[in-house]
Every structure is written in structure tokens, then in C-alpha cells.
Design a protein around this ligand. Structure first.
Ligand code: PEP
Ligand code: MG
Length: 583
């Protein structure tokens, strides 16, 4: 049994067979075979080994003809490895111990790779990559037509990967991917956020561990505590099955809060809305008790498919969300493409930048691709005729940028008018406050915008200069940093003075620990990951405004993030002792 720790990003427990994505990248169907199948499976292994060697020899020949001996040598090395008698007998031995050939080959090759890597040095690390290549080939031959890739699974798996891009995560088959764990990633990376949207337990930022696991091994992912266990023993399995059941019943109890009003103990209403990435999430989000959509990350329309969405694709998606919330606000955030969310079609325009988070992303990209931007705005204005749709611009840094975005919107209004298309023009236009410059200038912005939404994920990243997706600095990414509390207070006060609404839609507001603080700082609108709604409602209903203000004042007097977070955690335990028992 091997225990790995990382960053918990989506709660719950998942138990099942591993699928190691990126190297083997297809599912190993089973780990064990029956005793009377051993000879047949040994023959199958040798047939696959022969086919693998033939394939490598062909590649060796082609490389020699087209590129020369130097390149052919790469394949010669693969061939030597595939014919290594010691390696072959180790795989045979495992098959005789009733392991399937796929599992046996994967495990033996991965152990070889790990031993090489552990010796250190770049040369040996590169040789370990050759071994993964051999594993992939051999599995391809063993599985043949039965091969299942990540997008076409037929049985449940736990996906283990070095990294999953937001597009890969968006395309995970929700029915069969029970959970995932990655070597890289931070608290609020978009991949982490998507895990919450998919409601599957997830742990990121574990560091290197993939060479210690092979497909079909039993894995536990504890997304509440950031733990991944490889080949758990019987006692551990029993313990986690029990905590899986307790998590489910806790969820069920919270679900009963769905219909009770979302208000503090002293009767002050708090508007708890949902953050969504896909239109299909709108209905389940409403069923969790959301009072509208506070953030619809529309860029996932691009990331879900390989082609650029048309105006009608946008329109249909927005109508689907409005249909789920006919009388409540739906805030469409315009495209936040770029950085880790660069669609394939735009990659050529923006070759790798040194600092992608500081480069052409979000509103900057929309203002450079007016056609793309206008297509979306047209669809949003048309859909607005059907409900309370509002538009929000992301990553606004300067007043000029906001004014430019509004000017593009005015052009679109003019076009629609000229063309006699039905739409609504008097819709509220807001902005995300997620760049420190915008928070500092909140007073000036508040005179021009209809609403603010605090995007703490980026606000923390840019204020503390900590990449939100980089596990190497994950310990420095602190929502409780006093600088963040101070910026939030500034923005809320500017909004109050100018009589505009303000909400928080970053992940910070989905963490129950920060709810008393945010309400104490004056927030009355909060937009969160839908699965968190029932739990947050419970916190809100146990809280009075007086207590929230006292908590916010005390937290604001502390000087370091650790003290702020410890204090808030202690207060949450006092407020909701029942929920905290789970930990
Ligand atoms: C944020 O930055 O807080 C936010 C909500 O936007 P995103 O996570 O999509 O960058
Ligand atoms: Mg953001």
C-alpha cells in the first residue's frame, strides 16, 4: 500500500481501478485471470510481444532510410529492451501468478522505468521514457480492438495523470470517470474547478507518482483530504468504504435544506448563486437551491469541441440556462480564453508566451478578435429577450479596457437594430474584479459599471504573484492573506458607496470557512460551485450578521494568512459542529 498526498480540490471518496492517462492512455480491463487461462494468456502475451517487435523493426528500418542510423538507434534500443530475457521472464512469472498480461506487462515495465529514474540524471530519465513507449506499444497490441480510450470508456476508472488540461477534463466521460488525481495543478486551476463541476472526487499537485502505479491497480482517491492510496490493504479499504457512505449520507442530509430560505439566523437574505461551465449544469444547479447563475464560464463552449461555436450555438446554450432560471439572474461572463484555456484554433496566433497568465488572455483576447467577441455578444443580447440575462466582462484591468468592451457591445446593439433582430438592450453590464489594479480603482469603476463580481481565484494569483495552477508554489496561494481581505473590503465599500451590487464568484466563496468573513465584510450575494450550495446554506443559517461582522473584524486585524485561516476554521467549527464531525 502506498499513500500519496496532494491538494484536495473536489470532495468525496472514489474507489476503483486506475487508468494511467498520458502513457498507457487506455484502460487495462482487468487485473486477474483464472488459473486455467494462464497458458492461453501466456500465448497471447507472446503474440503481442512478437507484434511489438515487428512494429519496432519496421520503425527502425523507416528511420534508417529517411533519417539515418542515428535515429534508427532509438528503435534499436527499444528492440533490445523488448527482447530482454530477464524482462520477458518477469512478465511471464506475473502471468503465472494469475495477473492479466496487460497488467503484468504494465507493472513490470513501470518498475523498470522507476528504477532507472531513481538512479538520477537526465540520460537515464530519458531512457525511462523509452520504457513507457514500449509499454504503450505492447498494451496496444494486447488490447487490439478492445482498446478503450478516455473518451470511450465502458467501465468505471479512476484517472491518474501528470496533468489534465481544462479541455481534457471537460471531455471526461462523467459516467465512468469516478475520480481523478494529477501530479501537477493548484487549488484553483481550471482543472480543479471542473472537478467540482463534474462532482467527482479529485486531488491535484501530488508530485511525481505515476511510475509507482499501473493501470487496473486498485486506487482510493479521497478528494476531501487530498489523499491517494495505491493498492490499499483490506482495513484501509473498509475504512474508506465507510467514509464514502458517511459522505453520501451527509450530502443527503444537506440536500434536505434545498427548499428552506437562504438567510442568516437573524433573517437577512443572502443570494446564493451557482457557477457553471456547461449549460447542462444549469438544471441540477437550480435543483441544489441556487438563486440564479452568478458566473457562467462561457469559454467552455470552445473548449468542449474542436470547432468555433456559431452564434446559434451560443444562443442555444444561453437559452438552456435561462430556461432553468426563468425568473432569476443569469450572468454570462464573456469569453475568458487564453492562458491555460487556449483553444486549438487560436494557438497558432499566440505561440507559447513566457507568462501566459500575464499575456493575451480573457478580455484582451476578445478585444483582439472582434468577430469572435461580437458573435457571442449578439447571441447574449438575443437570448436576453427571454429572461434576466446580464453580461460580465472578465479580467478588466483599466477603465479604458472596460469602455472599449462596452463600445463593442454598442456596435452589436446597432447591428441588431439595423437588422431588425429581436433582442433586449437594457441589460446590466458588469465586470469581474480579479486584477489588483481594478480593485484599487474600484471607486472609479463603480461609477461606470452596473455590478462587480470578485474573482478571487485570479485576484489572489495576481496579488500574491503565485501561479494558481502550479503546485510548486501552492503553499503560498492563501485566500486568507490579509492583503486579499483588504482588497475585498475596498471593493465592497466602493460598491456600497455607489449603490451597485457586488458578489464573489472565486473558489474562496465555495469554502464554508470563508462564508462568515465574506458576509461580515458586507457581501450579500455569493456565487459558488453548485455542489457546495447546501453546505454553505447551512453555515449561513447558523450565522447572525452581528457575529459575521465580529468575525470579519477580528480576521482583518490579523497579520498573516495562517492566523486568519486558523481563526476562521475555529469559528466554522463552532458554527457547524455537526458538519465538522466528518473531518
Ligand atoms: C476567478 O478568477 O476568481 C474566476 C471566478 O474566474 P476563473 O476561475 O474562471 O478565472
Ligand atoms: Mg478569473
Amino acid at each position: 500500500m502506498l499513500i500519496k498526498r496532494g491538494i484536495p480540490v473536489s470532495p468525496g471518496v472514489a474507489i476503483g481501478p486506475a487508468m494511467v492517462f498520458g502513457t498507457e492512455s487506455f484502460r487495462i480491463p482487468q487485473q486477474l485471470i483464472s488459473a486455467n487461462a494462464i497458458e492461453i494468456e501466456l500465448a497471447r502475451f507472446h503474440a503481442a510481444l512478437d507484434a511489438t517487435c515487428q512494429e519496432i523493426m519496421l520503425n527502425e528500418k523507416l528511420a534508417r532510410e529517411r533519417l539515418g542510423d542515428q535515429y534508427a538507434a532509438i528503435f534499436s534500443a527499444h528492440l533490445l529492451l523488448a527482447r530482454d530475457q530477464q524482462l520477458v521472464s518477469q512478465i511471464e512469472e506475473r502471468i503465472r501468478q494469475k495477473n492479466s498480461p496487460e497488467f503484468a506487462a504494465s507493472q513490470v515495465l513501470r518498475q523498470y522505468a522507476k528504477r532507472l529514474r531513481d538512479l538520477g540524471g537526465q540520460y537515464l530519465a530519458e531512457r525511462s521514457i523509452d520504457i513507457y513507449d514500449l509499454e504503450k506499444r505492447m498494451l496496444r497490441h494486447l488490447l487490439g480492438e478492445r482498446r478503450e480510450e478516455l473518451s470511450s470508456l465502458t467501465a468505471p476508472v479512476l484517472v491518474l495523470a501528470n496533468n489534465l488540461t481544462p479541455s481534457e477534463t471537460a471531455n471526461l466521460d462523467r459516467k465512468f470517470v469516478l475520480g481523478f488525481a494529477t501530479e501537477v495543478g493548484g487549488h484553483t486551476s481550471h482543472t480543479a474547478i471542473l472537478a467540482g463541476a463534474l462532482e467527482i472526487p479529485a486531488v491535484v499537485g501530488i508530485g511525481s507518482f505515476l511510475d509507482e502505479v499501473s493501470g487496473a491497480q486498485t486506487i482510493i482517491i479521497d478528494g476531501s483530504h487530498g489523499v491517494v492510496i495505491i493498492e490499499p490493504d483490506a482495513d484501509t479499504l473498509a475504512k474508506y468504504r465507510d467514509s464514502e457512505a458517511r459522505f453520501r449520507s451527509h450530502e443527503k442530509r444537506l440536500q434536505s435544506l434545498r427548499t428552506v430560505p437562504c438567510e442568516t439566523k437573524d433573517g437577512v437574505p443572502i443570494q446564493l448563486m451557482g457557477n457553471i461551465e456547461f449549460p447542462g449544469e444549469a438544471e441540477p444547479c437550480r435543483d441544489k437551491g441556487a438563486a440564479g447563475i452568478g458566473l457562467y464560464r462561457t469559454e467552455f463552449l470552445y473548449l468542449e469541441s474542436n470547432r468555433e461555436p456559431t452564434e446559434d450555438d451560443h444562443y442555444r446554450a444561453y437559452c438552456q440556462v435561462l430556461k432553468a432560471f426563468p425568473d432569476q439572474p443569469v450572468i454570462i461572463r464573456t469569453l475568458d480564453l487564453g492562458s491555460d484555456k487556449m483553444p486549438g484554433a487560436l494557438r497558432a496566433d499566440y505561440p507559447e508566451s513566457v507568462n501566459p497568465a500575464l499575456s493575451v488572455r480573457s478580455i484582451r483576447l476578445s478585444l483582439q478578435h472582434l468577430q469572435l467577441f461580437k458573435t457571442q455578444l449578439r447571441a447574449a443580447l438575443r437570448a436576453a429577450a427571454l429572461g434576466d440575462l446580464r453580461i460580465m466582462f472578465p479580467l478588466i484591468s483599466t477603465l479604458l479596457e472596460f469602455r472599449q468592451a462596452k463600445m463593442v457591445l454598442s456596435d452589436v446593439v446597432e447591428d441588431l437594430e439595423e437588422q431588425g433582430v429581436e433582442f433586449r438592450r437594457d441589460i446590466p453590464i458588469g465586470m469581474m474584479v480579479e486584477v489588483p489594479a481594478a480593485a484599487v480603482m474600484a471607486e472609479e469603476f463603480a461609477r461606470e459599471v452596473d455590478f462587480f463580481s470578485l474573482g478571487t481565484n485570479d485576484l489572489i494569483q495576481y496579488t500574491l504573484a503565485v501561479d494558481r495552477a502550479d503546485q510548486a508554489v501552492a503553499g503560498l496561494y492563501r485566500s486568507g492573506d490579509p492583503s486579499i481581505l483588504r482588497l475585498i473590503r475596498m471593493v465592497v465599500e466602493a460598491a456600497q458607496r455607489n449603490n451597485i451590487s457586488v458578489s464573489v464568484c472565486g473558489q474562496m466563496s465555495s469554502d464554508p470557512m470563508f462564508i462568515p468573513l465574506l458576509i461580515g465584510l458586507g457581501l450579500r450575494q455569493i456565487s459558488v460551485t453548485p455542489h457546495a450550495i447546501p453546505e454553505l446554506k447551512e453555515v449561513i443559517r447558523n450565522l447572525t450578521i452581528e457575529r459575521a461582522v465580529a468575525i470579519a473584524d477580528r480576521a482583518s486585524s490579523l497579520e498573516v494568512a495562517r492566523d486568519v485561516e486558523n481563526y476562521l476554521w475555529g469559528e466554522l467549527k463552532k458554527l457547524c459542529p455537526e458538519s465538522m464531525q466528518l473531518d
